[in-house]
Unconditional design. Sequence first.
Length: 412
Amino acid sequence: MSEQRLEVVQSQKLSQSVQTAISLLSLDLYGVSDYLLKSIQENPALEYVPPIRSPQDYAARVRARETQEPARPVTMMEDLEQQLRLSGLSADVLRAAAGILHQLNPRGYFLKDLTEFAAEERISKETAKEALAAVQALEPTGIGARSVEECLRLQLDQREADPLCYDLIQVHLLDIGKGNLRQIAKETGAEMARIKTCVDTIRSLNPVPCSLSEGNTVFVMPEFSVEIENGEPVILFNNEYFPVFRQDNNFKRLSETLTGEEQRYARALLDSANQLVQAIQMRQSTMEKLAGIIVREQRAFFLGQYSLLPMRCDAVAAEMEVHESTVYRAIQGKYLSCPRGTFALSHFFQREMSEGVSQERVKEMIRELTKNARLSDQKIADQLLERGIKISRRTVAKYRAQMEIDSSFLRN
């Protein structure tokens, strides 16, 4: 007979509002709107308030600005590369992780054997494992998985999930797809209610973490705008272009007239609606704090006086008193507009190449130096070294290619 023990385990559990706020933080304004529209269809305790202005009004306003250039949305691959650059990895692991990124299949899976990959890249298997772990830590969760089961497990790791969910993914995924819950109960010995809860959790996961296929360019709605008023940058959020969702007071009054099971069900719907409203407020508060830090730290850029300064996700997270992953979620797939154009929020998080000198500033220096057609990549690297910036010839060549600047042989 197996020995049974009773243990008391203390764990920190996030409230439903916080969990929903984290999910909403990963979405742009369009995604939040779609999520809430779906929620209102499922919960009559939520009230829909139409937007003051339509997104088409914003598009017309942008087109009316002669100085405004159309934004090119950041591709999924570019966003993943930016997350890697901000993750503080060592040079070897960062290079290997970038190699893994560019071998993902269109659905975001890494299907190559890790030992084979390590041999091709001439790195140790331990470095390859670290690189894969770094890729799998990126958003959206599930990137870099080697199987559907691993993709789902990675997403479960982000939740307070029943341990049984892992077993069901590993052994009974096919049964879940067929709806054979009785067979699962028979083989696991678990109660049907618990199995149903786990199956609902698993079905809420996404087996396709992303699409790396190139698609059509879509219109970008910035999360907020930065305008210059009286010589100072001012933040203006674009919330008026999207609907408002709040608890429906009519439903609340109706629930007070109910009794018994009907009243309990109505109160559960009201609680759910209230939690969603709180989650929306948490998302807005987080974005406002983040916007304030970006504009404060990059003030000179918004005033047109200087290029971007170095700024790190971990430092911003510490100031906001949140986990670093929260900042990653907040900047993922979101934009701001300002007199200098429309930019991804991730663009403002610049790696420090030298004391007080950002990667963007180094690129500007390279652009200036390439105006002299006779300077090779090595000579550009030498001149940058004289200014206290140590980068290799290959890095100069990479930055030059990113800026679509010809080599010295082709420059006139």
